[in-house]
Design a protein around this ligand. Sequence first.
Ligand code: FCB
Length: 449
Amino acid sequence: MKYCFPEDFQWGVATAAYQIEGAWNADGKGESIWDRFSHIPGNIRGEGDGDDACEFYERYEEDIRLAKELGIPLFRLSINWPRIFPEGTGTVNRAGIEYYRKVLECLKKNGIKASVTLYHWDLPQKLQYQGGWMNRQSADWFEAFARTCFEAFGDLVDQWITLNEPQSTAMGGHASGGHAPGIRDYSSALQVVHNLLRAHGKAVKAYREMGLTAEIGIVLDMHMFYPVEEGNPADIRMARLFQQQTNQLYADPIFKKVYPQELFEYLSGRRVVLPEIQEGDMELIGQPIDFLGLNTYWSDYVRYDEERWPLQGKMVQQDGFVTDCGWEVVPEGMYDLLKWVHAEYHPKQIFITENGCACNDWIGADGKVEDPNRINYLKQYIGAAYRAMEEGVPLKGYYIWTFTDNFEWAWGKTCRFGLVFVDYKTQKRIPKSSAYWFSEVIKNNGFEV
Ligand code: FCB
């Protein structure tokens, strides 16, 4: 079987500032909620933190050169907010602006397009002191940050992304507490959802007002939820509610200007406090966007469980492959998700802004890093995406998570997702066999299986 992608299909790699840059307090940078969170013992597996990460801050030229050598046409990166505004708002740190301009210019010089995410989770700690995303004002703070970035980098950016995975910020950061700022309060998480979406809307509105022309969109992390037992009504209902909680809670307001009613009614009956919605909010959130970015890695299988809160369901792992971080490999889920998103929301364009696989990679005796499992994963997932595209889904591009191994949030450095191996003791980079494989895919604009 041969997968031949359309000529204008865009291939890329995705990264995030906190996960690669290091230099956590260099050149006037303020503290972020992830700096604070990762410095608390017990929060990060392996007791690591992102203080150095893979030193992209110092090594960006080397890494971008390597990306060029591998023929990577598109590089997704994010801007660390407290590098630009150490206090969150107010005075701009010129060194932060200069740094990102240098990185973006370096990409341009190497003929690589830049996709820039404004928020990939590094909220300034100073803003957390004021409640962070729980504070309604956060949308204004974000708009000011966004405007500054649009103005400072607009001439060098090919694609803008407002937020990366508001679901992770809201639920991981405020309900489960496994991510910064480490709060465990589901009702607050719902308020965070609403403020994040308002922040997104404000940024898009500001962008249009400023007359910039590159495309702008948002990245949502979505995946399919299937009932464990196909004919079991309780499992089916729970799978539907989880689907609403993870996917529709974000996409419905953006594309339909409403929140999922079934979910909200259910949550009200579970003593959850629903978000405070003011007049004009839904209109603001529903600003037209140019594309939807999807981060997707796995699928879940839901079993009804009366004891769980707020949703009465639990995930049951199925027989089959899991990646090194325990995520189930379900390429079919990628296909189903794309078809569902297209049917439900009709975004003008869809990008897979992240997909990839954690493997237990090591350097072989010959100095090479072979990662056949990652290649296998990618073939299956890209193949599934291709099938959806062939059936009419407007899929325009695909980014692999990620370029180099990096600081994987709560997993620290114990989880390797990169196409390029990083030896953290020496910071040496070694392209894995998947990097060479991907390079060929790009060159041939497809692959054969
Ligand atoms: C996504 C995040 C990204 C990375 C991958 C593995 O949820 O957006 O930063 O950690 O997971």
